[in-house]
Design a protein around this ligand. Structure first.
Ligand code: ZN
Length: 304
């Protein structure tokens, strides 16, 4: 239930205050809005609101980019969108399969949007469905009530354009990088790139795909000239080349250190303690995410 709605025009900051807590949305640029999630780990202490959620308002309707980690977060996001515009929600785009980005989808089904994602997203959602439902229920408890997997009805294999009237969104699907279902969005009107989790700012990049594939995708991304870049996690960047460089440093250091450990015959356990140590102190949640990354990619690098 909404109690207050405050609009501060000067700072383009919308604060939606509900009984539970505030849900903040910023207008980044003309018709482009972002909610920045919190930097919590996705296990204990997780509340289903850790990634960036965006929406873009065209004169024909709205496109939503990612919906949060639960029905509850998705519903609060929808409530916030409705304070800005009553236009129809035409598209709900998921940037990839991870639970913090997709479990709010269910809150949007009553708006009848077209759900859009990478061409591998429906299968990937199906494969992970049971374990995602189980683990997220465990982490979120009652806050996860009402959450369901909602798969895309429209998928992207290479690129796809979505028409919002006075602006067009260009969606691009990538080979395996951060995940096997990465998708980016560019808004033509403001030249804003939404990277999903292909770009992490401040928070340690987490790998659930192919580290070498990810490095080549961000190299490609650094050739673009965007006015601003909205990462999957962390603040919006105007100087995004530096953010890409930081992420590339982390990924290349991790890759180099794991390869060196394998060459020396060190076990995965001991590699977890040492790999990418020089990057420690530069990133949030480093200990937990970095160890998990070694765990996820060590074995695939053993067979290079
Ligand atoms: Zn992710």
């Amino acid at each position: 239930m909404l109690k207050h709605f405050i609009l501060l025009c000067a700072s383009f900051l919308y604060i939606i205050t509900s009984e539970a807590s505030t849900f903040e949305i910023k207008e980044l640029d003309s018709g482009v809005y972002v909610h920045n999630g919190l930097h919590e780990d996705i296990s204990e202490d997780y509340h289903g609101d850790i990634c960036n959620l965006s929406f873009i308002v065209g004169n024909k309707g709205i496109a939503v980019i990612d919906t949060g980690g639960s029905y509850h977060t998705g519903a609060r996001f929808l409530e916030a969108i409705r304070q800005v515009s009553t236009l129809p929600i035409l598209y709900v785009i998921n940037t990839h399969v991870h639970p913090d980005h997709i479990f709010g989808n269910k809150a949007f089904t009553k708006e009848n949007p077209i759900f859009v994602g990478h061409y591998l997203l429906p299968d990937s959602m199906e494969l992970r469905k049971e374990s995602y439902l189980r683990s997220n229920k465990e982490w979120l408890g009652d806050d996860f009530n009402g959450s369901e997997i909602v798969k895309p009805g429209l998928t992207v294999k290479t690129t796809l354009e979505l028409d919002l009237g006075d602006r067009t969104l260009t969606l691009t699907a990538y080979p395996t990088a951060h995940s096997n279902t990465d998708l980016t969005v560019v808004d033509s009107k403001t030249n804003t790139l939404f990277t999903g989790d292909l770009l992490f700012v401040d928070r340690t990049p987490s790998i659930d795909g192919d580290i070498k594939g990810w490095i080549s995708v961000i190299d490609e991304m650094s050739n673009g000239t965007f006015k601003q870049v909205v990462p999957g996690h962390g603040p919006t960047q105007t100087n995004y080349q530096q953010a890409i460089k930081n992420e590339k440093n982390y990924l290349t250091t991790l890759l180099k250190d794991i390869r060196a450990s394998i060459k020396k015959g060190e076990t995965m356990e001991s590699t977890m303690d040492t790999a990418a140590e020089s990057e420690k102190g530069k990133w949030l949640l480093f200990e937990i995410v970095n160890r998990r990354n070694v765990n996820n990619i060590y074995h695939s690098l053993e067979w290079e």
